[in-house]
Design a protein around this ligand. Structure first.
Ligand code: F6R
Ligand code: MG
Ligand code: MG
Length: 369
């Protein structure tokens, strides 16, 4: 039997400001998803918050893009928005950009990562949740998991994955995609995904020659671009991802290893700054300093046909203390630039801020030089 894991998230109100999710929102979401579990619509679920985003992880067998599952997520966000409004939470309903559900939450504001797969004998999966950054923030870690032998020893020494993986890369400006093989096309792939605000890794597939996974999807990232949906700035996308581990895939530790490097991502304060991504436990998934620094949470599950076993809060581990300290140091260094690039994002990324208005105001005063 095929299983589907859907991770759907939205910011439907922050507490206080844009820092965390109020417990009552999570409570409401659990209540809604428990009913869906009782009626058999979903097999199991896990609800949490990452920064100001409410996260719904649902196990079911309706496939990806299922209207029923998306409607469940939408209705859950609507119900949580009601609570957010009653508590006066900040930006209540922020990511629900359309008034009524019309078959799919794609393009309506929430972020979605879902995959349908044939479960292996044992199926370890990691759900990653980032806040205060954009989908391209996953490019570097996902590349390193599935294509960098200095990260993933298995690429060299596990015969199952020695042939490499296939990357599905989206051009999120032109709405096009391209499939690229590694290791064969590694340099071409890097040429694209290094431009992380435009070319984003959407999915990774095992090659057909991988005996454990035979061409199946092994990773998926949410790639919604909120500002393209709303037509104006309504916050960064705060992406999520699902990654399968072990047995033909990178080992759990190879999936987590890229996060030992707090790489620079864009987002942070007002979605307009570069800063380090800090791997944290659920407890510390709250954006404080300068509305950040951007955070990533990793929750590990064993996925069974009849239940989700977990989570294990994987960054709740002293092994990542040094990364957190390094991230805090880098945050300090970046902050000292104030409104200067490369802390502040380059011009093309500032299109949805006051910058066009400043230029408009000064238009008449610009003289030829
Ligand atoms: C970034 C983010 C925050 C807000 C900032 C201003 O993704 O959510 O940094 O941009 O707190 O928020 P407003 O404009 O709502 O006062
Ligand atoms: Mg918010
Ligand atoms: Mg957020």
């Amino acid at each position: 039997m095929k299983l589907t894991l859907s991770l759907i998230k939205a910011d439907v109100g922050g507490y206080p400001g844009h820092s965390t999710v109020h417990p009552k929102l999570k409570e409401k979401a659990r209540e809604k998803l428990s009913i869906a579990k009782e009626t058999g619509l979903i097999i199991d679920f896990y609800v949490t918050g990452a920064g100001d985003d409410l996260q719904l992880l649902m196990l079911h067998n309706k496939g990806v893009d299922s209207e029923e599952i998306h409607k469940l997520a939408w209705d859950t966000f609507v119900a949580a928005t009601e609570i957010a409004k009653s508590l006066g939470l900040y930006g209540a309903g922020q990511d629900l950009l359309k008034d009524a559900f019309s078959g799919n939450v794609r393009g309506m504001g929430p972020g979605i990562a879902e995959m349908e797969f044939t479960p292996r004998k044992s199926e370890p999966i990691v759900a990653f949740m980032m806040d205060k950054t954009e989908p391209g923030a996953f490019n570097l870690p996902i590349f390193r998991m599935f294509a960098d032998p200095f990260n993933t020893a298995g690429l060299v020494i596990d015969p199952n994955m020695h042939d490499g993986f296939v990357f599905e890369v989206w051009d999120i400006m032109e709405h096009k995609k391209v499939m690229m093989k590694t290791p064969e096309e590694m340099y071409d792939l890097l040429a694209l995904i290094g431009a992380k605000s435009r070319y984003v890794i959407k999915r990774v597939y095992a090659k057909e020659s991988n005996p454990k996974l035979k061409g199946e999807v092994v990773a998926v990232v949410s790639t919604e671009k909120l500002y393209q949906i709303a037509g104006e700035y309504v916050g960064k996308d705060d992406p999520v991802a699902l990654v399968r581990a072990q047995s033909g895939c990178p080992a759990l530790g190879e999936v987590l290893e890229p996060f030992a490097f707090p790489h620079l991502v864009s987002g942070w304060m007002r979605g307009s700054h570069n800063g380090p991504i800090m791997p944290v436990s659920e407890k510390y998934a709250k954006c404080t300093r300068f509305d950040g620094p951007p955070r990533v949470v990793a929750l590990g599950f064993q996925v069974c046909e009849d239940k989700l076993v977990g989570p294990v809060d994987l960054f709740d581990d002293p092994a990542f203390d040094i990364t957190r300290q390094e991230a805090a140091k880098i945050a300090n260094y970046m902050r000292r630039h104030g409104p200067f690039e490369p802390h502040r994002l380059p011009l093309e990324d500032m299109e949805y801020t006051t910058l066009p208005k400043v230029l408009e105001k000064l238009k008449e005063r610009f003289e030829p030089v």
